[in-house]
Design a binder for this molecule. Structure first.
Ligand SMILES: [Zn+2]
Length: 228
C-alpha cells in the first residue's frame, strides 16, 4: 500500500516535470529555428548599420539614398533581372525611420526596395539585387524595383508633396539608368514596365488617385531625363 501510494505520488509529481521538459525542448527548438532563419539571412539585414556600412550598401544601390535600414522581409536574391518599377503610397505620412521600423518586423511580411518621405529624402529597405514584398505579386516584384511614397494628404486624393514627387522622378531615372531600362512605359496594366499596386490586388487603391493620375507624366518626365 505504502509503495503503491508513493508510486502514484511520484507519477503525479512527474507530470509538471515532464511538461516543463517538453516546454524547454520546444523553446530550444523554436529558438534554434529563429537562429537558423537569422544566420541564413545576408549580413547587414535586420540590424542598425554604422555610417561606413550604410555607405558600402548605398554603393550597390541608388546614390540618392540617405538612409538605410534593411528589412528581413524579402527574397535573397531576386529571381529576375530588373525590368520594371512599381509605385506605391504609404497610405500615411511616415518618416523613413518609422517605415523602416515597420518593415523590420518579421510578422509584418512586407517591405519595399525604397521609400521617399514628405521632404523628398530617400531610404533603402531592400537592396535592388533582392526582391521586396510590396505589390502582392511575386512575378512583378521579382522584376520590379518598388518605391513607397509618403502622403501629404491622408485620405481624399492621397496627394504627395512636390518634393516627394520630384524625388520620385529622380529616383526612377536613376534606377532606369543603372539597370539599363531604356524607357518607362505606362499602359495601365501589368504589361507596361511602370506598374502600380492596384493592378495586382483588387483590395487596394494603392498608390491612390493622385499618384495614379500622374503615371503617364512620370513615365514622360523620366524618359525625357533618360535622353539627356
Ligand atoms: Zn502598395
Amino acid at each position: 500500500m505504502q509503495v503503491q501510494g508513493s508510486g502514484k505520488k511520484t507519477l503525479r509529481g512527474l507530470i509538471p516535470v515532464v511538461t516543463l521538459t517538453l516546454f524547454s525542448l520546444l523553446s530550444v527548438a523554436s529558438a534554434a529555428g529563429v537562429y537558423i532563419k537569422h544566420i541564413s539571412l545576408p549580413d547587414y539585414i535586420g540590424r542598425e548599420l554604422t555610417e561606413p556600412e550604410m555607405k558600402e550598401v548605398i554603393k550597390r544601390n541608388s546614390p540618392l539614398t540617405s538612409y538605410v535600414r534593411l528589412s528581413p522581409n524579402a527574397d535573397f536574391p531576386r529571381k529576375s533581372e530588373i525590368k520594371k518599377i512599381t509605385i506605391h503610397h504609404m497610405a500615411a505620412n511616415l518618416s523613413l525611420e518609422k517605415l523602416g521600423e515597420s518593415f523590420g518586423k518579421i510578422d509584418r511580411n512586407a517591405s519595399s526596395n525604397y521609400g521617399i518621405d514628405i521632404n523628398g529624402r530617400v531610404a533603402l529597405y531592400v537592396e535592388e539585387e533582392n526582391r521586396a514584398w510590396t505589390s502582392s505579386n511575386a512575378e512583378n516584384d521579382n522584376m520590379a524595383v518598388t518605391i513607397e511614397v509618403a502622403n501629404e494628404e491622408t485620405g481624399g486624393d492621397w496627394s504627395v508633396s512636390d518634393r516627394s514627387y520630384a524625388a520620385l522622378i529622380e529616383l526612377c531615372t536613376d534606377i532606369c539608368r543603372r539597370n539599363g531600362i531604356e524607357e518607362l512605359v505606362y499602359t495601365g496594366d501589368p504589361e507596361g514596365n511602370l506598374t502600380i499596386h492596384k493592378m495586382f490586388n483588387p483590395n487596394t487603391d494603392c498608390p491612390g488617385p493622385y499618384l495614379e493620375g500622374k503615371m503617364e507624366e512620370i513615365a514622360e518626365k523620366v524618359n525625357e531625363n533618360l535622353k539627356k
